[in-house]
Design a protein around this ligand. Structure first.
Ligand code: ADP
Length: 255
């Protein structure tokens, strides 16, 4: 399958008056079109730094990052970002929030708006377009934020702990919802999370980073015997606990 993202030997250090902090070292992996990658690792190992590098916000010190075969210079690639906060604006309706990105980029074309309407319909928000974000549940807000991101038709979606502000029950439902939408829309996504169960339930592969400076400790391919299972259903698959134990041991074997 065509690869969307290629990282080759990427390293990055932060420089400050106190000196140099090596955040990531020798990171190489590729992501195929339509894959869902989950990245886990100890706090401070460089997970957010890795997403910033992929998005082009910061440049690698060594190595290269190619998106669709091109270096991500000056935002020439189309990357969607979903963060812990949904950043919906209360002074705008739900509809004018989900079309905000298109408005800013002057892409409010009939084709794009039709696609937005279809997504609002399919993902249960069509009846809420005139509402304000505060009138939506936490899950609906995240769905609206995702539709706003998908409206831009990104080649790659980066998700940085997008569910960690939610309580456990809501988190399970929203994660299931969002991951199912991303798979259904056949998007390529990279999720950073500290929740191993979340990583295993959504990822086609889980990349385990070592403690700082983050290196790739292991990449675990995930597949379940339940065909076409949703993230929630995968938690009941017999392989789930095995994956959990493997990744847990891998993360803790240096301690
Ligand atoms: P994670 O997302 O895995 O928790 P980060 O990517 O946020 O880790 O950070 C990796 C390391 O780089 C941490 O040790 C952090 O303290 C350091 N770091 C992050 N941002 C900066 C910065 N702007 N200046 C200096 N050090 C930083």
């Amino acid at each position: 399958m065509k690869s969307i993202l290629e990282l080759d030997n990427v390293s990055y250090s932060y420089h400050s008056l106190d000196g140099e902090t090596s955040a990531l070292q020798n990171i190489s992996f590729t992501v195929a079109s339509g894959e869902f990658i989950a990245i886990v690792g100890p706090s401070g190992c460089g997970k957010s730094t890795l997403l910033s590098l992929i998005s082009g916000l910061i440049k690698p010190e060594t190595g290269s990052i190619l998106i669709n075969g091109t270096e991500n210079n000056a935002g020439n690639t189309n990357i969607g970002y979903m963060l812990q906060k949904d950043h919906l604006f209360e002074w705008r309706t739900v509809y004018s929030n989900v079309t905000l990105g298109l408005e800013i980029q002057h892409k409010l074309t009939p084709e794009r708006l039709t696609k937005v309407d279809q997504m609002l319909e399919t993902y249960g928000l069509a009846g809420f377009t005139k509402q304000r974000p505060s009138e939506l549940s936490g899950g609906m807000r995240q769905r609206a934020a995702l539709i706003r991101t998908l409206a831009m038709e990104p080649d790659l979606l980066l998700l940085d702990e997008p569910f960690s502000a939610l309580d456990y029950q809501t988190r399970l439902e929203v994660c299931d919802d969002i991951a199912t939408i991303i798979k259904r829309e056949r998007k390529t996504a990279i999720l950073v999370t500290h929740d191993l169960s979340e990583a295993i339930s959504v990822g086609n592969r889980v990349i385990i980073l070592s403690k700082r400076p983050g290196t790739i400790q292991r990449i675990v391919p995930i597949s379940f015997s339940i065909p076409d299972c949703t993230p929630m259903q995968s938690r009941n698959a017999k392989e789930f606990q095995e994956y959990f134990n493997t990744i847990w041991k891998e993360l803790n074997h240096h301690e």
